[in-house]
Design a binder for this molecule. Sequence first.
Ligand code: UDP
Ligand code: MG
Length: 314
Amino acid sequence: MSATPELSIVIPVYNEELNLPTLFARLYPVLDAIGRSYEVVFTNDGSADRSIELLKAQFAARPDVTRVIDFNSNYGQHMAIMAAFERVRGTVIVTLDADLQNPPEEIPKLLEKIDAGHDYVGGYRLDRQDSLFRTWASRLINIVREHTTNIEMTDQGCMLRAYRRPIIEAIVHSGAINTFIPALAYSFSSNPAEVGVKHEERHAGASNYSVYKLIRLNFDLVTGFSIAPLQYFTMFAMACCAGSALFVLVLAIRRLFFDYTAAEGLFTLFGVLFFLMSVALLGIGLIGEYVGRTYQVVRARQRYFIKEVHERKE
Ligand code: UDP
Ligand code: MG
């Protein structure tokens, strides 16, 4: 393995035993054909299946270009990528998924853009092959992201992306916890570009993202990159205050000058109260989200634990 290959491929792996053989069979020929020196860095993110055995076998078969990082437990896709970023040696780094939703055959497309001088190339999925729910939820979160952060990208969920080394170094240096790698990379890029890439159905198995994990991930995207939600919330609270003050004034005038005593409108009042109460709860939750993030940063515990690294010693 060359000490500084031209290309590093980073792949997070979580319970992908059914996909790995096909991934190996398709990925390595593509890389060999590109004709640049390369390494492939896999992170086994605490898989409960035979993924690590398959990765070790691949390391045994291609020790010159394969490195395997083995986590002791599951820390999530973005931390798995982060651990690989801390160890990659390439000048250009490419991330992709292990389930073949990002066809390895599309990698040269990204490299073309990098060669054209861009420091960060994001893929966006052409003809996305996911459930309606996922596609629809992505669109919604796209809109939220556009209004709360200054991150501009067509498809934040696509992990087929290429980065020049300085971007990766900035990401590693940031020490970010619970982060969203494509957005973090964007914030360090000075010359980003996008390119349409094919998207395939998951080769085998089911998505590793439950609805809960998806919600958490998207919180990482929105509250991890801006405090605009807090500011919007405060603005909305101010509007509520102004509205309530006006309401009280109208009631007082009615009571004082029009001798109005009937106790009507009780349920309207309940409606207004319930509404305001839910707004208050939402606010507490939102503040909790930021306090939790602060806590994690202050606690400064290691973000993941590596059990073992399988790579050829220099
Ligand atoms: N992944 C991971 N850790 C996790 C969840 C996913 O390393 O906790 C990996 C997974 O093996 C795959 C990639 O991240 O390579 C994308 O996961 P998945 O296909 O489940 O997500 P989806 O395509 O449904 O967004
Ligand atoms: Mg997938």
